[in-house]
Design a protein around this ligand. Structure first.
Ligand SMILES: Nc1nc2c(ncn2[C@@H]2O[C@H](COP(=O)(O)OP(=O)(O)OP(=O)(O)O)[C@@H](O)[C@H]2O)c(=O)[nH]1
Ligand SMILES: [Mg+2]
Length: 397
């Protein structure tokens, strides 16, 4: 699973990606800086369970920093998308292929309104970012529709043989968009189309494409560049215009500056927090930048928004939970004695047995029961786990 970072050119996608992952990615004040997708690891932030148990964590698959556990999740930053991309325009012609494994999309918009529809620099406050939101969602929908239309004759032919079901054929054809059979079924239920696909025309395919888009992708709006004054009003307008979407005010630049200075030891900054402390030498320019970050980003918005975007995408939009498995419920460690080593992301509703399988097939097969370490309560195999649960799995020898 990946989190996709999308949007028109020059909105700060790669800056967001760099800030979230601290991976290298080229950024620049012009459209199409990114030509090939960048992949890296971002982190979901949850409270560190070792704190409440009063033990020292020894994380293995995750990071433990200042009372928080950072759980890895893959992120992909793609080239900017322009109008007509679904028909092959711009660099976005492989756009959806690259996003195959990204069920959650972070739509980075330039809330400062300083880039036109194609990503060229304009006076701040002159371009309406609401237009960009509509454009992207329409473009992705047209993409889905294009794939469906190009394959429609083939789909009808296969169905006419009567050996395969509509959801089975559709999910095979749409696999390149990362759509599975469960999502196809949900879309078909929602679209409420006439019974026989043989009679479907343009209208029905359009209906089905938008239902498929809603069933297969979750999207949130990262209203970026809030460090620019013109963004304040646009953030409110975005929230009003798109009440069904989460709109998170973001300054990717602020997060990047803070993380880079923290790496150098010049400031103390915990990703996701609303403040920082100066801890080392700073140039005059860096001092100025930090003043702007404090006054225009952290004070009015509470944080840079980058961590909030990642958490919202994974925990709310995709409905994932974080679970901490241990082998010894008294010492809270794995079989090698490491304390609370792993944090696993599971789908909401995942059961104790599914957790066992997620750790190792062998553990799943030998599963007997689980224990909620906080309460000592026994959990049966088909019981859904709670977010942030610390779980010991009992197995047959
Ligand atoms: N003021 C401000 N500028 C930002 C912020 N984030 C990015 N920028 C600037 O916006 C410009 C574009 O940044 P990129 O990260 O390269 O944008 P992109 O969306 O990846 O661009 P393409 O790859 O060309 O589509 C650069 O000049 C960045 O420094 C921000 O939070 N605030
Ligand atoms: Mg880029």
């Amino acid at each position: 699973m990946e989190i996709g970072v999308v949007g028109k050119p020059n909105t700060g996608k790669s800056t967001f990606f760099r800030a979230a992952t601290l991976a290298k990615a080229e950024t620049g004040d012009y459209p199409f800086t990114t030509v090939e997708p960048n992949r890296g690891v971002a982190f979901v932030r949850v409270p560190e369970p070792a704190v409440e148990f009063g033990v020292k964590p020894q994380p293995r698959n995750s990071l433990s920093i200042s009372g928080y556990r950072y759980v890895p999740v893959e992120m992909i930053d793609v080239p900017g998308l322009v109008r007509g991309a679904h028909a092959g325009r711009g660099l976005g012609n492989r756009f959806m292929d690259e996003l195959r494994r990204a069920p959650a999309l972070v739509h980075v918009v330039d809330a400062s309104g300083a880039t036109d529809a194609e990503g060229n620099a304009v006076e701040p406050g002159t371009h309406d970012p609401c237009e960009d939101v509509e454009f992207l969602e329409r473009e992705v929908m047209l993409w889905y529709r294009g794939v469906l239309e190009r394959n429609w004759e083939k789909i009808k032919r296969r169905l006419s043989l009567g050996r395969e079901s509509l959801p089975a054929v559709l999910s095979e054809v749409l696999a390149g968009l990362g759509i599975d059979e469960r999502q196809v079924k949900a879309a078909l239920r929602e679209a409420k189309l006439p019974e026989a696909p043989a009679g479907w025309g343009e209208e029905e395919l359009a209906e089905l494409s938008s239902a498929l888009w809603r069933a297969s992708r979750r999207l949130l709006i990262a209203a970026n560049k809030v460090d620019v004054a013109a963004a304040t009003e646009n953030v409110e307008r975005l929230k009003e215009r798109f009440p069904h979407r989460r709109v998170v005010p973001v300054s990717a630049m602020a997060e990047l500056v803070l993380r880079e200075l923290a790496e150098r030891g010049a400031v103390r900054y915990v990703p996701g927090e609303g403040g920082f402390e100066i801890a080392g030498k700073l140039s005059e320019r860096e001092r100025k930048a930090l003043k702007i970050i404090k006054e225009r980003v952290l004070e009015p918005y509470g944080s840079t928004g980058v961590q909030e975007v990642i958490n919202t995408a994974v925990l709310e939009l995709l409905g994932r939970i974080v679970v901490f498995p241990v082998a010894d419920e008294h010492r809270l460690c794995d079989s090698e004695g490491r304390v609370l080593p792993d944090a696993l992301l599971l789908e909401k509703g995942a059961t104790a047995r599914e957790l066992a399988y997620a750790i190792h097939t062998d553990l799943g097969e030998r599963f007997v029961a689980a224990v909620d370490v906080r309460t000592g309560r026994r959990i049966s195999g088909d019981e859904p786990l709670k977010h942030l649960a610390v779980i010991k799995i009992q197995v047959r020898p």
